[in-house]
Ligand binder design. Structure first.
Ligand code: C5P
Length: 234
């Protein structure tokens, strides 16, 4: 198992491009995130291939369905050997508890985390689907619900990390995308933090895509991120 806090997002449309990147990375330096696009194109065999190469895999499929269906999907994901998976907290307590209980029975129990409010949704959007209050208030409420339903943590913006950390237990995991090294392009991310600042704000794992995947030397970019984290922890 890796000790790296960096999870590289494999946002690629095909296996050859994804594998070309993966073959240049090392499990000791990063974990890998497989999302809906790659999973829908390449399926479970691709995930098993990454696990077979020694990588910890975060299967980012954000399950949201009735409790029995989500629990069965989580069970299937655990059988692939993934290290982490996620569900939508808005699926409710029963859905999260049932998924968590199902994973307890597995010989290898992956981390189960929740998505609170998608960062693509603004205040008007959440009101339109019936939520009250601000996105930030809903993030805190849903993070508390995920924690009291037995989940291991949440995915959140690094800008939300400190507020969630202050209300949650110290072992509740915060997994943050929206991270950019100081010298990297913002791409389509708007509100970002550097890796070191995100960790200082309470993040446990950093989801980083293009600053590693879309540069000429991904391994060098990854090592520079790890160095920046080490320098800030001295
Ligand atoms: O390339 P970049 O570092 O922006 O990639 C970030 C990854 O994190 C992508 O896979 C993206 O879908 C994911 N993500 C995000 N913001 C969220 C949730 C997930 O950027 N709120």
């Amino acid at each position: 198992m890796s000790t790296s806090p960096v999870i590289v997002a494999l946002d690629f449309p095909d296996q050859d491009t994804a594998m070309a990147l993966v073959d240049g990375l090392q499990p000791s330096l990063c974990r890998l995130k497989v999302g809906k696009e790659l999973f829908t194109r390449l399926g479970p065999a691709f995930v098993e291939k990454l696990v077979g190469k020694g990588f910890d895999v975060f299967l980012d499929l954000k399950f949201h369905d009735i409790p029995n269906t989500v629990a069965a999907a989580c069970d299937a994901a655990a059988d692939l050997g993934v290290w982490m998976m996620n569900v939508h907290a808005s699926g409710g307590r029963k859905m999260m508890e049932t998924a968590r209980e199902r994973l307890e029975g597995k010989s290898h129990r992956p981390m189960l985390i929740a998505v609170t409010v998608l960062t693509s949704l603004g205040e008007e959007d959440i009101h339109e689907i019936g939520f009250q209050g601000t996105p930030g208030e809903n993030v805190l409420r849903l993070a508390a619900l995920a924690e009291s339903s037995g989940l291991d943590g949440v995915v959140c913006s690094p800008l939300e990390a400190a507020a969630i950390r202050s209300q949650a237990g110290s072992d509740f995991l915060l997994v943050t995308p929206g991270v950019r090294p100081g010298n990297a392009a913002l791409d389509d991310q708007k509100r970002v933090m550097t890796p070191a600042d995100a960790m200082a704000a309470g993040s446990n794992y950093l989801v980083i895509g293009r600053p590693v995947t879309a540069v000429p030397d991904p391994l060098q970019a990854l090592k520079a991120i790890m160095d920046s984290l080490q320098a800030s922890s001295i």
